[in-house]
Design a protein around this ligand. Structure first.
Ligand code: SF4
Ligand code: SF4
Length: 427
């Protein structure tokens, strides 16, 4: 099923970039001014929550303010609550936002009851920067035998995980030790860019895997195929095959938490400017995108485009007030003159999308079903579930059809319908 993406010469068309030999220190956004903390819970009225405007919070404090829910967030800053309001997410998801005006003095008490157990990890680190995949561990119906610490990034130009494996190898080694003790998983492997493979022998990982720089080799399913010789059948996940992928950043943050007792609150974000220059910034979770652009001296004009993520799979932002979250790996700024607008032209059957697809899906046929909202038929007839989310089909489409956005929506809708069908009957 999996074929390496190749150009006409047989070489891959796109390559991941390597950071310089000694990557520059990340630029830290010292004071975001305001942070917005998000809880995965719908907000309808004030009486739902125990927090109110003016309440003080501290960095690392666990906030579970809903009276009828255990949903919580770890505060990434010290300051005072200044507003509480509903916050829309992707695909109609609803969050509750808590704006915190940041105080001059940062107070971050150490956690005292940290143990190398899954309970401790889940209490303090479930939404840690890098978003550790803790929900994949401990499910007896889907046992995990191997954790893969991924030191590669999935999208082009993004270098957050590469930065962490280059600069925080001791923290990663500590994180591997804790994960092994807490999860009891038999094998922990670390995957790094092929050209960086020397020097990763002392992480405590049981296996070291090299990942090609050919795009999209950093996608977990392709790492499994090329580095482990495991093919993930259509419709299955890496976890279904017994492999849980953890970003290198999340594992480094687990290590740092157990070394220092401080809950991590800073996310490494790759900032890609209008010229395609890349720099890594460290920003508190909840920092507005606008604050990061301001600190980096990036001005944006009216029709410039902001993208959360990389050039292949990122999502356009409608507003620079959106914030850095645990899985925000990159922010990209595109000059208005470089923005390729999508169109409502029909597919002309040129076949570029099929030639580009690493899994050789018949994308030209699939897109016809997805445009019509016929997700189940598209999935069944044209192999939607073999898609590894690389975005190449959209990139090459001469008709500028937003194919990858259709694919994301289709996968989301099918997963939602399945979840409803599998939910226990409430009667
Ligand atoms: S995003 Fe497009 S090109 Fe990439 S695997 Fe999916 S269908 Fe193929
Ligand atoms: S690249 Fe676009 S126009 Fe060409 S076959 Fe694919 S969907 Fe159709």
């Amino acid at each position: 099923m999996m074929k390496q993406l190749q150009g006409k010469s047989g070489a891959s068309v796109f390559q991941y970039a390597l950071l310089p030999q000694a990557p520059l220190p990340a630029v830290t956004i010292a004071d975001p001014g305001k942070a917005t903390l998000l809880i995965d819970q719908t907000y309808e009225k004030k009486s739902q929550v125990d927090l109110t405007e003016g309440d003080a919070v501290q960095t690392g404090q666990k906030l579970a303010p809903f009276k009828d829910s255990e949903a919580y967030v770890i505060s990434s800053v010290t300051g005072k609550v200044s507003a509480i309001y509903p916050y829309p997410g992707d695909f109609g998801k609803n969050f509750t936002a808590f704006d915190i005006e940041v105080a001059a003095d940062d107070v971050a008490p150490a956690v005292e009851d940290l143990e190398p157990t899954m309970a401790s990890l889940r209490t303090y680190l479930v939404d840690a920067p890098g978003k550790p995949a803790l929900d994949l561990l401990g499910d007896p119906t889907r046992p995990i035998h191997t954790i893969v610490v991924s030191g590669v990034d999935t999208d082009l130009l993004v270098a957050s995980n590469q930065y962490v494996v280059r600069t925080e190898i001791d923290a990663i080694a500590k994180g591997i030790e804790i994960l092994k003790a807490a999860s009891g998983v038999e094998t922990i492997a670390i995957a790094v860019p092929r050209d960086l493979i020397a020097g990763f022998g002392h992480t405590g990982a049981d296996e070291l895997k090299a990942v090609s720089l050919d795009y999209p080799s950093g996608q977990p399913k392709l790492i499994l195929y090329h580095a482990f010789g495991i093919e993930v059948p259509a419709g299955k996940t890496c976890a279904d095959m017994g492999y849980a992928f953890f970003s290198a950043e999340s594992v480094a943050n687990i290590g740092k938490t157990y070394e220092t007792g401080q809950v991590p609150v800073e996310k490494m974000v790759t900032l890609i400017d209008k010229q395609g220059q890349v720099k890594v910034v460290a920003a508190r979770l909840g920092t507005p995108v606008a604050a990061i652009l301001g600190a980096a001296g990036i001005q944006t004009g009216d029709r410039d485009r902001l993208i959360l993520g990389g050039p292949m799979t990122g999502t356009a932002l409608y507003d620079a007030k959106q914030v850095v979250r645990a899985d925000t790996d990159a922010i990209m700024v595109q000059d208005a003159a470089d923005v390729t607008l999508v169109s409502d032209y029909s597919c002309i059957n040129c076949g570029e999308c099929v030639r580009s697809c690493p899994t050789r899906i018949q994308v030209n046929m699939l897109v016809r079903f997805l445009e019509a909202g016929q997700y189940e038929d598209g999935a069944e007839l044209y192999d939607l579930h073999s898609c590894v989310d690389c975005g190449l089909c959209s990139y090459v489409c001469v008709a500028r059809i937003p194919i990858y956005q259709y694919i994301r929506l289709a996968k989301y809708e099918l997963a939602r319908v399945n979840a409803v069908a599998e939910a226990p009957d409430e009667q």
